[in-house]
Design a protein around this ligand. Structure first.
Ligand code: ADP
Length: 340
């Protein structure tokens, strides 16, 4: 279990402040007062951005969303159906919660692979004009997807009108949706691609997170840089390292060691992959690489590969993954740091 899951998780009903609400309570759409948001935020034991100001980076996406939020309020229509895509832990759920907060509606978070149309319909009445957030939307069952078409487009079910709602789908696999679920993809008006964070963004995210979560603890700038540098440009990983730091003995060397990080966010798994690709010297399929690491292919896809691709250590070819000259240099440096 991750720290923030202690305070709510997928499949729960959240109010506009990200607080878990009692599903039996009557739903009401009430606009959110700025002060109300501020108050709730300071009460929360773990900090999570709830306004665009607190959400670091992603300027282009924020601009698009703000424009649609203004339009939604002006024309009093539901917020348009939206897809948010980007790597795991890069802020998709947080952004959806911010949209709900800014529009002033309730949001329910569901795992797409688990839902059927009956659950979807009951969530629609529960959010009462609000947002249904479907995580990992590329995994939704095909028959459920097909049943959503007229719900999404006409707000109709079996010939009867339903309460208009907003679907926000999050995915790491946008290509998969376009390839296999094009009509579903086409029913979303807004497509948000989360961009890669910079090291400076990561520093700001960590700085703010520590300020809000551990206000009484000593904050050392060098440790913040170290976390940013080792976060693989992923907010969730950065936050995990920060929590680890404050819950453990407070030395970064131990935090890195216990998270199997060698340097610059590269882990012992990355070292193993690069070493293997270098020794073999020809393209290797991902199933084979995952097997070699003794991890599921999906973990390789989400946890290992994106950073190696982003930093240019490996490249994708039709016949599999291959190490690059950058990768060979990183491999040398990792071996040196590890003394192997
Ligand atoms: P995803 O849904 O893409 O897996 P989350 O929205 O759950 O990612 O984000 C993981 C963590 O990182 C959350 O605790 C969130 O507060 C933090 N986070 C993500 N993006 C940002 C951002 N742009 N600014 C500040 N914090 C962020």
């Amino acid at each position: 279990m991750e720290f923030w899951e202690l305070f709510g998780g997928k499949g729960k009903t959240f109010d506009i402040n990200g607080e878990v609400v009692n599903p039996d309570e009557e739903t009401q759409i009430e606009p959110v007062e700025e002060t109300q948001v501020e108050q709730k935020e300071t009460e929360s034991p773990l900090y999570r951005p709830i306004t665009f100001n607190d959400y670091i980076g992603q300027e282009k996406s924020k601009e698009i969303l703000k424009a649609f939020i203004t339009g939604t309020k002006k024309y009093k229509t539901p917020f348009p159906h939206t897809i948010i895509y980007g790597n795991a832990g890069c802020g998709k759920t947080t952004l959806a919660r911010i949209i709900a907060n800014e529009v002033g509606v309730k949001m329910i978070e569901l795992l797409a692979q688990d839902i059927n149309v009956e659950e979807f319909l009951s969530s629609i009445s529960e959010v009462n004009g609000g947002i249904i957030f479907l995580d990992e939307v590329h995994r939704m069952k095909r028959d459920t997807v097909e049943q959503l078409y007229s719900l999404m487009e006409d707000f109709m079910w079996n010939g009867s009108p339903i309460i208009p709602f907003t679907l926000i789908g999050a995915t790491t696999e946008i290509g998969e949706i376009i390839k296999t679920r094009k009509p579903f993809y086409d029913r979303h008006k807004i497509i948000i691609e989360l961009e890669d964070y910079t090291e400076e963004d990561m520093y700001k995210i960590i700085d703010k997170y520590i300020d809000r979560t551990y206000p009484d603890e000593l904050k050392v700038e060098a440790r913040l840089y170290c976390i940013a540098e080792n976060s693989r440009f992923t907010p969730r990983k950065a936050i995990r390292l920060a929590d680890y730091l404050y819950y453990s003995d407070g030395t970064m060397a131990n935090v890195l060691k216990n998270n199997n990080i060698i340097e610059k966010g590269y882990t012992t798994k990355d070292l193993k992959v690069l070493d293997y690709l270098n020794k073999i010297g020809k393209p290797i399929g991902i199933d084979c690489l995952a097997l070699y690491l003794d991890i599921p292919t999906v973990t390789f896809n989400y946890e290992v590969e994106p950073y190696l691709i982003k930093t240019g250590c490996i490249s994708r070819t039709a016949r599999g993954r291959i190490i690059t000259s950058v990768g060979i240099n990183v491999l040398k440096s990792l071996k040196k740091a590890k003394g192997v």
